[in-house]
Design a protein around this ligand. Structure first.
Ligand SMILES: *[C@@H]1O[C@H](CO)[C@@H](O)[C@H](O)[C@H]1NC(C)=O
Ligand SMILES: *[C@@H]1O[C@H](CO)[C@@H](O)[C@H](O)[C@H]1NC(C)=O
Ligand SMILES: *[C@@H]1O[C@H](CO)[C@@H](O)[C@H](O)[C@H]1NC(C)=O
Length: 378
């Protein structure tokens, strides 16, 4: 682990390329711990346990939910995420994670020497090492704001602001009425996302034009910025704000927006329009983060470059052990070129899991396999 990290930090210093490596999470943690700037070279990384994070707080959607949606309501409990084959790998049981197994946040917690984060809505949860407020299907913008744009949300109303309210309630319950939790939170890691992806997913799938969805970006980014401000005001000093994945490479987008126009696809056969859109969001987010860094010089705020991490994974897919013929096919899915259908999804009785699960990038056409999350997390 130390060698890999050292190599990455070295290459970082040479090329000023952030996180285009399998171990970008390790690097994130190191940046957070050591206030590393891109010109610094690190020689003595001994793994994440030395980072001394004592708690992790996660916000976001299905990329990070470890069991909130399936506990939240009858609607959530009835989603396929509450059933096998979700969770078949590692857990051998559905946990509410939207994957066959562990998510990036699980590998992240493991690397930090902490237990898996319990979902906040687990009444038996152990929250001494943090809590997971992420809810699958949730949005960055409140559902009413989206409803005003005629964008319907599904399964949950627990958008980012609701998750932040849960955090306030939670901190009040564990720290009581103290004014400032800064001393308690100085070794905590706050993961603000990925979030916002669903705001756009719902909009695109419901027929909004590219221009209409682009016009939502400043608002979505503002919601994320407000969330960063809120956690910092509670005392957070180490915050990771991830961007979004290149959604134009995901089976759901490739299926719904399939076209015979070959110029619509890039060299990895991803839909350019949607990857460009994600970059547009990510660029706005990065600019906003730069501004936050100026406003809060005492906090360490790091952008998590999921986009380029995924791009690296695509580029090196074969080398990393993924099946070249299945790169854009869902493992758990049926139908069409990408083995994805909006009608028959993973979790439906007729939908089977592929035999070579660990060689698939996409689990169900929307979410990634444990193997992918593990590779991305390093
Ligand atoms: C549960 O989901 C099934 C389809 O997957 C649907 O027919 C049923 O109405 C749902 N029940 C509830 C309580 O939402
Ligand atoms: C979301 O809120 C609306 C309005 O209060 C309510 O009707 C709906 O049942 C809620 N949805 C869920 C999934 O909780
Ligand atoms: C692509 O072309 C084929 C053959 O001409 C046609 O059947 C199909 O509907 C087209 N697909 C789309 C998405 O336009």
């Amino acid at each position: 682990m130390a060698t890999t990290t050292t190599r990455i930090v070295l290459s970082l210093s040479l090329y000023k390329v952030t996180f285009m490596s399998s171990s970008f999470f390790l690097l994130l943690l190191l940046l957070l711990l050591l206030h590393l700037q891109t010109h610094l070279v690190l020689g003595d990384a001994n793994g994440l346990k030395t980072c001394g994070f004592d708690r992790i707080y996660q916000f976001g959607d299905s990329m990070s939910d470890t069991g909130n949606l399936v506990r939240e309501s009858a609607v959530g409990a009835n989603t396929s995420f509450a059933r096998l084959p979700y969770g078949q790998t590692f857990f051998h049981n559905a946990t509410g994670r939207c994957s066959d197994g562990r998510l990036m946040i699980d590998f992240f917690a493991m690397a930090a020497g902490l237990p898996f984060l319990d979902p906040y809505l687990n009444t038996d949860g152990d929250f001494r090492h943090g809590a997971n407020f992420a809810v699958a299907s949730s949005t960055a913008l409140p559902v009413e704001v989206l409803a005003n744009k005629n964008i319907l949300t599904m399964y949950t109303n627990s958008s980012l602001s609701v998750q932040l309210n849960w955090m306030s309630t939670h901190f009040y319950s564990i720290f009581h009425a103290e004014e400032d939790y800064g001393d308690k939170l100085k070794n905590s890691l706050f993961m603000l996302g990925e979030t916002g992806g669903n705001d756009y997913n719902y909009a695109f799938v419901q027929g909004k034009t590219n221009a209409e969805v682009k016009s939502m970006v400043p608002e979505v980014v503002q919601a994320i910025v407000d969330a960063v401000r809120k956690v910092i005001h509670y005392g957070a000093v180490r915050v990771v704000v991830p961007g979004n994945f290149p959604i134009g490479c995901f089976p759901i987008y490739l299926t719904i927006f399939q076209t015979n126009d070959s110029t619509a696809y890039d060299e990895h056969h991803c839909l350019k329009q949607f990857n460009e859109f994600t970059m547009y969001h990510n660029n706005h987010l990065q600019q906003a983060i730069e501004e936050l860094k100026r406003q809060y010089p005492n906090a360490i705020i790091v952008y998590g470059d999921y986009y380029n991490a995924f791009w690296w994974l695509l580029r090196c897919a074969r080398h990393l052990g993924f099946d070249a013929n299945s790169i854009q096919k869902a493992c758990c899915g049926i139908g069409g070129d990408y083995k994805f259908s909006l009608i028959d999804g993973c979790g439906d009785p007729e939908v089977k899991v592929c035999p070579n699960l660990n060689q698939h990038i996409s689990w169900d056409g929307v979410h990634l396999t444990q193997q992918t999350y593990m590779t991305l997390a390093g």
